[in-house]
Write a protein that binds this ligand. Structure first.
Ligand code: G3H
Ligand code: 13P
Ligand code: ZN
Length: 320
């Protein structure tokens, strides 16, 4: 069942986080739904502009409609990740997306508010939830690269004004994480003091943490041992810190890079160990299973494991 992200946040806020995973193909969709079925957890499927370009808008919808039939008990939102205004309108008008992100975080404050407000009006008229972003994460996202010097943590008082004036349903905040595999060096990590201050200004309001992959060291080492050349200093978010972020209002946790690492490790190891093979379905099946396991593990860390029953009850009560 496709629900809005707001439906999910109502039950989750302060208690658990919803994992939001980017998908680009059938194998990722299969592993994502299987992992969440095992975990009995709600989730968010994220489609980026890059994914829409890679697989095609219709293909992504067809994949999700098909996999949903195999997992009729799944409860999830279909969300546009890092949309511009035009792509948001396209997603809203399609009738398929239950949530969009308008990312005007690179624009000046007033322009960000104005663009978000326009998207909110159109989205809410169609029953679609809206995530906006304030502040600037480091790293690469879509075609934009933000280096560390220009990354900017979200200002808590601006966040309050932004939410009040834009009418968005959730806010992506820059709290020290960044996109990609190289997030932190040394003892750097999530700025919890900043999250606390934002929550104080916006009590009960769902916050979104982008750049939440944990980039497991073992995964990087295995990829490199199988012919990869990733920088071994790659470092991500300590997944045990999700539990600390949840009571502070972090309700959606975005993960893409970790899934790419699983894919790369499985395929590199498979073709290293079976150089005679050219049937891609063999590593494809291994990937689906490995990705499902990865997802189930993440649901545990996000504390969303086992929460689907409660969510179903809450949704049932609302619809009578
Ligand atoms: O934040 C960006 C996501 O990881 C999506 O990546 O634009 O390469 O699909 P992508
Ligand atoms: P990662 O690169 O840490 O997986 O972040 C993904 C993300 O924020 C997608 O919007
Ligand atoms: Zn992101």
């Amino acid at each position: 069942m496709i629900v809005t992200t707001s439906d999910l946040y109502e039950v989750a806020y302060g208690r658990f986080a919803i994992g939001a995973y980017n998908i680009n193909n059938m194998e990722q969709a299969l592993g994502l739904f299987e992992g969440h079925a095992r975990a009995e957890a709600p989730f968010i499927v994220q489609l980026s502009k890059g994914a829409r370009k890679y697989a095609g808008v219709k293909m992504l919808e067809a994949i999700l409609r098909a996999v949903e039939q195999d997992y009729p008990d799944a409860i999830f939102a279909v969300h546009l990740d890092h949309g511009d205004e035009e792509t948001c309108y396209d997603a809203i008008d399609s009738g398929f997306y239950s949530s969009v992100m308008i990312d005007a975080s690179h624009d000046p404050f007033e322009e960000n508010i104005a663009a978000t407000r326009r998207v909110v009006e159109r989205a809410h008229a169609a029953g679609v939830s809206v995530e906006a972003e304030l502040g600037m994460l480091g790293g690469v996202e879509e075609d934009i690269q933000v280096d560390e010097k220009h990354a900017q943590l979200t200002d808590p008082s601006e966040a309050q004004e932004f939410v009040e004036r834009s009418g968005c349903d959730s806010l992506a905040v820059a709290i020290g994480t960044s996109h990609g595999a190289y997030k932190f060096s040394g003892s750097q990590g999530i700025h919890f003091d900043r999250v606390e201050e934002i929550q104080r200004r916006l009590p009960g309001f769902p916050l979104v943490m982008h750049g939440s992959s944990s980039v497991p060291r073992e995964e990087v080492e295995r990829i490199n041992a199988a012919g990869g050349a990733l920088d071994p200093s790659a470092k991500g978010v300590d997944e045990d810190e999700f539990a600390r972020a949840v009571p502070l209002g972090v309700t959606k946790v975005n993960i893409d890079t970790d899934g790419r690492l699983v894919w790369t490790r499985v395929h590199r190891e498979h073709f290293r160990d079976h150089p005679e093979n050219f049937d891609f379905r063999t590593p494809g099946r291994i990937f689906v299973e490995e990705y499902a396991r990865f997802i189930e593990h993440k649901a545990e860390k996000l504390q969303s494991k086992g929460m689907i029953g409660e969510l179903r009850e809450a949704l049932g009560e609302r619809t009578g």
